[in-house]
Design a binder for this molecule. Structure first.
Ligand SMILES: Nc1ncnc2c1ncn2[C@@H]1O[C@H](COP(=O)(O)OP(=O)(O)OP(=O)(O)O)[C@@H](O)[C@H]1O
Length: 639
């Protein structure tokens, strides 16, 4: 840092502020802010960085800055964002800042045309440039390529994913129906898999990997969508300012009177599974979105019967949620349906093709086969307590809706079939990093996936840079030492066999007296001195400091520390549906519902046969291995 020249020094809210150094201490520097003369402050020496000569000038590529440090990189992105240049390169990685408004002409047909066949850097940074580079790499290298879109929730991942798909199908499509279908599949997927959250009115609550397939002449021939881990807990419960999946509200708002009558639908206020969250949002147009979704369904080739099948099951889940139980008061314990729920039971049973009485019995009892004593293999019906029946009802709702979502994705895939393909371009868009005042199992799973992706990113980039350095420095006697311990400690905390948080939780689920408190205690005792884990009372926020050690834990993620409240972790980690309910839906009179549960292997599970409510771990389904080749796109929320 040169004498008298401006530097970037830490700022409590803005990240960094410009100032000059007025004094130098042993470990600190005295800084005088440029815009607040005389208001000097001390800053740690390693957090003060040299500034560019002209801080208002910006460059397309962060690598072209004279000084490369956190402050200059951020400032460049900020200056560009203020001029509506939302994209910035870091070599062949693209940073995108969410503008939250439509920037005129940024994505129009002319823009698409202008980026076709152009090398990265020829034109201003753009998501189209990344898409085109990926396409050219696929063509030249004759290898499939992938783009990873990463960023916190609401950063713009899904929007940019859609721009990539639109660009590739428009530029390199075969000009047939299929190009449009690949793009039009999104409104349908989003209707069933997206929801309003505190951070994003259209938040993806599932991960997807969209492949666009090309023939030997490098023209689009079809597509394929893989989906991961729909957030099931949302189907039965949402926090105050959030909503359930869009489709529930859209159907209530947009269905014709005739359809509403058929499905016994009225306002969402009348359905337990949707009324817990925010019902109305002035920015959401459920009626209009219903019509847009129906239009998209038509474009991708869904007929009226298929549409009705989907809507029928959605309505069935809504009515199921309205079934309530009360104690029988008899000595055998158990519960019965409340009288006022008989209509809901009937509607749910009719819409899902179930026998009303069978549904009633399956919700309030579970079937067990005796395994010891008396006549082994005798079927007995065990009455459920109110809480157990509530859990059974919610487990059924989650199972039916998630099977429906699987079907939607499968049906979407049938809309752009291809017989053979030479290569594909894949775009990975997973639910983004989340951090709220209260964070639960859902945030833990989502953030874990994001952490894995970040880890892959770090390893890949460091490896590439390492190889480059090794090449440059070969011949010189230099050892390259990578300080990666901070990244490497994450997997053993979460994934390690037996001692990782996911295995500790599974172990808890298997205990006869499983409890959230015991789980949290086990996490702390097994990772007492782990760099990434600490107890809630060490949080910087008062709200977390009130939690006891057995009520939560803090994980230091790559994107910041998050305090997880462990209440209901055990319950949320269990995906099992008891045998009576599973067999009931598997044998539905309704062909569509029956098919949703085809290949349902849980019904054949031996533990289920023994009559136990088996445990199916949700957390374990999140254990991921990311092995992708290709380009990166990092999206950021606007400052
Ligand atoms: N490039 C853009 N231009 C205009 N608006 C945008 C752009 N990117 C994002 N937005 C706005 O921001 C909202 C949130 O973006 P998006 O849904 O893509 O976020 P996300 O990163 O996928 O979030 P999540 O992880 O919650 O799914 C969009 O609904 C849109 O209104």
């Amino acid at each position: 840092m040169e004498d008298g020249k401006p530097v970037w020094a830490p700022h409590p809210t803005d990240g960094f502020q410009l100032g000059t150094i007025t004094d130098i201490g042993a470990d600190t520097l005295t800084i005088e802010p440029l815009n607040q003369k005389g208001k000097i402050f001390l800053a740690p020496m390693n957090q003060v960085f040299p500034a560019e000569d002209d801080v208002n000038k910006h460059v397309d590529d962060n690598c072209s800055l004279m000084y490369l440090n956190e402050a200059t990189l951020l400032n460049n992105v900020r200056v560009r964002y203020s001029k509506d240049h939302i994209y910035t390169y870091v070599a062949n990685i693209l940073i995108a800042v969410n503008p939250y408004f439509d920037i005129p002409k940024l994505y129009g047909p002319d823009a698409i045309k202008s980026y076709q066949g152009k090398s990265l850097g020829t034109l201003p940074p753009h998501v189209y440039a990344i898409a085109d580079k990926t396409y050219r790499d696929m063509k030249v290298l004759k290898m499939s390529q992938s783009i990873i879109v990463s960023g916190e929730s609401g950063a713009g991942k899904t929007e940019n994913t859609k721009f990539v798909l639109r660009y590739l199908t428009t530029s390199y499509g075969s000009g047939q129906d299929i190009d449009e279908r690949i793009v039009e599949a999104n409104p349908l997927l989003e209707a069933f898999g997206n929801a309003k959250t505190v951070r994003n009115n259209n938040s993806s609550r599932f991960g997807k990997f969209v492949e666009i397939h090309f023939n030997s002449k490098n023209a689009v021939v079809g597509g394929f969508v893989s989906h991961y881990l729909l957030e099931k807990s949302r189907i039965c419960m949402q926090s105050n300012e959030e909503r359930n999946y869009h489709i529930f509200y859209r159907l209530c708002a947009g269905a014709s009177e005739d359809l509403k009558k058929k499905l016994h639908l009225d306002s969402p206020d009348n359905f337990r599974h949707v009324k817990t969250g925010a019902l109305k949002d002035p920015l959401l147009d459920d009626h209009g979105d219903f019509n847009r979704m129906c239009e998209a369904m038509k474009k991708i080739g869904l007929n009226d019967t298929e549409k009705l099948d989907l809507f029928r099951v959605v309505a069935g889940v809504l009515h199921l949620g309205n079934i309530d139980f009360e104690e029988t008061g008899s000595s055998s314990g158990g519960c019965v349906l409340k009288n006022q729920c008989n209509d809901s039971l009937q509607y749910c049973a009719d819409l899902l093709g179930l026998d009303q009485d069978d549904l009633r019995v399956s919700l309030t009892t579970r079937v067990m086969l005796t395994t010891a004593g008396g006549a082994k293999g005798t079927v007995i019906k065990v009455p459920l307590k109110v809480e157990q029946a509530n859990n059974a009802r919610d487990a059924l709702a989650k199972a039916v809706y998630s099977r429906l979502f699987d079907h939607v994705v499968k049906r979407v895939n049938q809309c752009f079939p291809f017989e053979t393909s030479s290569n594909f371009i894949g775009v990975l868009d997973i639910a983004g990093f989340e951090y709220f005042e209260h964070n639960s199992f859902e945030q833990f799973c989502i953030n874990y996936c994001n952490e894995k992706l970040q880890q892959f990113f770090n390893e890949r980039i460091l490896k590439e840079v390492g190889l480059l350095f090794t090449k440059i420095l070969s011949g010189l006697n230099v050892t390259i030492l990578w300080l990666m311990d901070k990244y490497l400690t994450f997997p053993d905390l979460v994934e390690a066999k037996l001692t990782g948080i996911l295995d500790i939780l599974d172990e808890e689920n298997r205990l006869p007296q499983a409890s959230d408190q015991h789980f949290a205690q086990a996490v702390h005792s097994k990772h007492k001195d782990h760099f990434r884990l600490t107890v809630p009372r060490k949080s910087k926020l008062t709200v977390h400091r009130t939690l006891r050690d057995d009520e939560g834990f803090i994980i230091r993620h790559f994107a910041g520390a998050v305090c997880y409240e462990t209440i209901r972790f055990v319950e949320k980690n269990n995906d099992a549906l008891h045998m009576s309910l599973e067999s009931l839906v598997c044998e539905s009179k309704d062909k569509f519902v029956r098919e949703l549960f085809e290949n349902s292997n849980t019904s054949k599970d031996s533990k289920q046969k023994a009559g136990k409510l088996s445990f199916i771990s949700v957390g374990n389904k999140f254990k991921v291995r990311v092995t992708v080749k290709g380009s990166f796109l990092i999206v950021r929320k606007s400052p």
